[in-house]
Design a protein around this ligand. Structure first.
Ligand code: NI
Length: 173
């Protein structure tokens, strides 16, 4: 297992198309293990494959209190949704930004687990929101896309500035 580098907005790789997982190989197992380790290391509750540069349809999450129950969703689909909630969200690919966006209150998600077995979950609360957020990543979508163009522009500027500062500091070190 290894911790992978998380790609930061506005990197175009976060906007690319992803393809369905069609083989349950040792490479896939390694990728899943890396994603879980990277998520924990970054203290996140979810991580999608495109965030580490893998254009594949899978994500991991852990919304348990003790952060000891990772779950894997491969080729996930939301097959039903109901209600609407305002959700305060952040994203490991958009560090330092928290904004409120609309989400469905309850969802039904179908996916494959790490062994390739199909499962279905009816979810509400944080778990439902996390699945919606991570599934958006697989479609090249970020939570800030739900905000006004002006807000999106400000966030983009802020992140580019942070990146410039980080590069400068690295050069000076
Ligand atoms: Ni995210």
């Amino acid at each position: 297992m290894s911790v992978r580098e998380i790609i930061i907005h506005p990197d175009p790789r976060l906007r690319e198309k992803t393809s369905a997982v069609d083989a349950f190989t040792p490479e896939l197992e390694k990728l899943i293990a890396d994603m879980i380790e990277t998520m924990y290391q970054a203290q996140g509750i979810g991580l999608a494959a495109p965030q580490i540069g893998e254009q594949k349809r899978l994500f991991v999450l852990d919304v348990s209190e003790n952060h000891d129950q990772p779950q894997v969703y491969i080729n996930p689909e939301i097959v039903a949704k109901a209600g609407e909630v305002q959700s305060e969200e952040g994203c490991l690919s958009i560090p330092g930004v928290t904004e409120t966006v609309p989400r469905a209150e309850t969802i039904t998600v179908r996916a494959l687990d790490q062994q390739g077995a199909a499962f279905e979950q009816q979810l509400t609360g944080l778990h439902a929101i996390c699945v919606q957020h991570e599934l958006d990543h697989l479609d090249g979508k970020l939570f800030i896309d739900y905000l006004s163009p002006l807000k999106q522009k400000r966030i983009r500027k802020k992140l580019l500035k942070q990146e410039r500062l980080a590069t400068q500091n690295a050069e000076q070190a």
